[in-house]
Design a protein around this ligand. Structure first.
Ligand code: TQI
Ligand code: CA
Ligand code: ZN
Ligand code: ZN
Length: 308
């Protein structure tokens, strides 16, 4: 009897010692390859669109897991090609984490991705929880939609050039010059930029006018309907209204408000692309006969682009 219980005691002790040793053996190798699920990221540093590097497939899986990518049945869903969709996903990730939105897997982005994080996706059904995450942890139900964007390469006015002048082509109707001046005043009241009318059209930083059809800047207008206006990215400074549209001052059924379109085009002139936020001036849709003002998302976009 005594020897039998001694034997089981010995067996249990032996098992415990073995288990402890086993645990110690696995835990004492933090640099063990299989211990980090984001190990693959380290040698992807510097990767960008067009690259084909082993491990990009894992980057896609990572960004899919946290809601940045949804390849569905796309041909590149399961390979190592750094394609457009992946670049867009990396940019969105960088915006969400307040990194420079380059689309390149730079070392700051890699270091953010390798930082331990919670397993809940940042974007669920195209809805980002990131900006509310500051006030409320992203498990909270408060959701904010993905926001503003910039042009490819983030073109912007030099930081020393925060005062911009604007000029109008001769024969621009006073309804339009007035509407544009009010739009500049609105942007001025909400950003670090100031604006004033230039002495002459030629010397102006921002050149504004009405044009129709093919007018020599490589972006022909299309007659009534379709494109309403266009503006180029910094530092081109061109903003044209399509002269073939029905324009109005204020909300008029069947017409488009000059000032609302000016707010939108000035956003482009300053470097903003389109936004997915409903009601943002940079949202690429506007029901006819309506007016719209600046939205917090538009202002945040400028702040993010110019680091102010
Ligand atoms: N004109 C387009 C726009 O300014 C031209 C354009 C399309 C564009 N994609 C672009 C310009 C990307 C810069 C970057 O968006 S538009 C609206 C809105 C247009 C549309 O005629 O479609 C406004 C112009 F938002 F109402 F739909 C102004 Cl406000
Ligand atoms: Ca048109
Ligand atoms: Zn033009
Ligand atoms: Zn636009």
């Amino acid at each position: 009897m005594a020897s039998k219980s001694n034997l089981s005691l010995f067996t249990i002790t032996l098992l415990l010692v073995l288990l402890t040793l086993l645990c110690y053996a696995t835990a004492s190798h933090p640099h063990n390859k299989s211990s980090s699920p984001v190990e693959f990221l380290e040698h992807l540093k510097g990767c960008h669109k067009g690259d084909k590097v082993k491990g990009i497939n894992d980057l896609k899986k990572y960004l899919e897991k946290y809601g940045y990518l949804n390849y569905k049945n796309h041909s590149h869903s399961d390979d190592d090609e750094f394609d457009d969709l992946l670049e867009e996903a990396v940019k969105t990730y960088q915006i969400n984490y307040h990194l420079k939105s380059t689309g390149t897997l730079d070392s700051k982005t890699v270091s953010k991705m390798t930082t331990p994080r919670c397993g809940v996706a940042d974007i669920i059904n195209g809805t980002s929880s990131m900006r509310s995450a500051k006030k409320r942890h992203h498990h909270g139900s408060l959701h904010t939609t993905a926001h503003y964007s910039f042009f490819q390469g983030n073109p912007k006015w030099p930081s020393s050039k925060y005062h911009l002048t604007y000029g109008f082509l001769p024969n621009t109707p006073s309804e339009a010059t007035g509407a544009v001046a009010r739009a500049f005043a609105t942007w001025e009241g909400n950003t670090h930029f100031t604006f004033s009318q230039a002495q002459s059209y030629e010397n102006a930083d921002l050149k504004i006018g009405f044009q129709r059809g093919n007018h020599g800047d490589g972006a022909a207008f299309d007659g009534p309907g379709g494109t309403l206006a266009h503006a180029f990215s910094p530092t081109h400074g061109i903003f044209h209204y399509d002269a073939d549209e029905t324009w109005s001052v204020g909300a008029v059924p069947g017409a488009t408000d000059l000032e609302t379109v000016a707010l939108h085009e000035i956003g482009h002139l300053l470097g903003l692309g389109h936004s997915s936020v409903k009601g943002a001036i940079m949202e690429p849709t506007l029901p006819t006969g309506e007016t719209r003002g600046l939205h917090g998302d538009d202002v945040q976009g400028i702040k993010a682009l110019y680091n102010v």
